[in-house]
Design a protein around this ligand. Structure first.
Ligand SMILES: C[S@@+](CC[C@H](N)C(=O)[O-])C[C@H]1O[C@@H](n2cnc3c(N)ncnc32)[C@H](O)[C@@H]1O
Length: 298
């Protein structure tokens, strides 16, 4: 029997409209889809009705399937001659363990293709109105993990080197460890006045953003629940003018001011066209609980 091909596909960060054309093409031909927790479930509707759907999601500290097992699954389905799509949140090669999966496939002699995705590292700040670079404010950015092993004494990220090395820092997987990240940045030379944004469930209807500075952000975001992207640097200030995807009330004012028509969401809240469009694409938020900390005030 001929072996099948495995496609490591980036699903984007939540808004299904952010799946690439190539990603959609291979998803529509999949015989097996092995998907992660942060993948918008609506995307699964794009796979053929008879495709096998396997949830392989993980939560920090409670791995639903060990990585080894996922690698084995991919190899096993391909050996049965199936076209398998490994659908992963954001981009498969950005903190997605896609590299390990590709290594396992290469080692087993399974043909594979990588379909890059739009990473939450860039899309989530963009939906919060924060460009990572800007001609006058930032000419460099770094994407780092905030995920730390609770038992580790040394952090995984070399904060001493990184804290002041780039203009904009983007931290993924950092909700639980954010107090430590702030501590490290302050200890290694970042000013207390450095602007910070914490964006939860970015690109979805549930998107919420808290802004502050390194000096006060922990008071504003006492108990952060993932998934959160943190953006640290002066570009965060641009959000005040560029927030195009914010809660309806705020956008209604902007829309009315420009005379544009608004509709309403399922709760009767007014929505501007841009937000309505995205809501239609993604429906209700996958895990709609509100951020415990205070929402950014309009
Ligand atoms: C295991 S990493 C996977 C990153 C993914 N490969 C990517 O490129 O976006 C999961 C982390 O991505 C971030 N993330 C993914 N989707 C997000 C979203 N919609 N809103 C906020 N953060 C998100 C969070 O920091 C989360 O803890």
């Amino acid at each position: 029997m001929r072996v099948g091909t495995v496609y490591l596909v980036g699903a984007g960060p939540g808004d299904p409209g952010l799946l690439t054309v190539r990603g959609l093409e291979v998803l529509r031909q999949a015989e097996v889809v092995i998907y992660d927790r942060l993948v918008n479930p609506r995307l699964l509707d794009q796979a053929p009705a008879d495709a096998i759907r396997i949830f392989a999601g993980k939560l920090a500290g409670s791995h639903s399937r060990p990585q080894e097992e996922i690698n084995t699954l991919l190899v096993a389905h391909a050996r049965r001659g199936r076209r398998a799509v490994r659908l992963k949140g954001g981009d498969p090669f950005v903190f997605g363990r896609g590299g390990e999966e590709a290594e396992a496939l290469a080692q087993a002699g399974i043909p594979f293709e990588v379909v890059p995705g739009i990473s939450s590292a860039i899309a989530v700040p963009a939906y919060a109105g924060i460009p990572l670079t800007h001609r006058t404010l930032s000419s460099s950015f770094a994407v780092v993990t905030g995920h730390e092993d609770a038992c580790k004494v040394q952090p995984a990220v070399n904060w001493e080197t990184l804290a002041t090395a780039v203009d904009t820092l983007v931290v993924l997987m950092g909700a639980k460890t954010f107090p430590r990240t702030v501590e490290e940045l302050l200890a290694h030379g970042r000013s207390r006045d450095t602007p910070v944004a914490l964006i939860r469930w970015g690109t979805t209807e549930a998107q919420e953003t808290i802004t502050g500075t390194l000096g006060n952000i922990l008071d504003k975001a006492a108990s952060l629940q993932p998934p959160v992207v943190a953006v640290i640097g002066p570009v965060v200030r641009l959000r005040e003018r560029l927030r195009w995807f914010d809660p309806p009330a705020r956008l209604l004012q902007a829309g009315t001011a420009h005379g544009s028509k608004t509709g309403s969401d399922s709760d009767g809240h007014p929505m501007p066209p841009s937000r309505r469009l995205v809501a239609a694409r993604i429906g209700r938020p996958p895990h709609g609980s509100k951020m415990e900390a205070e929402r950014t005030k309009g």
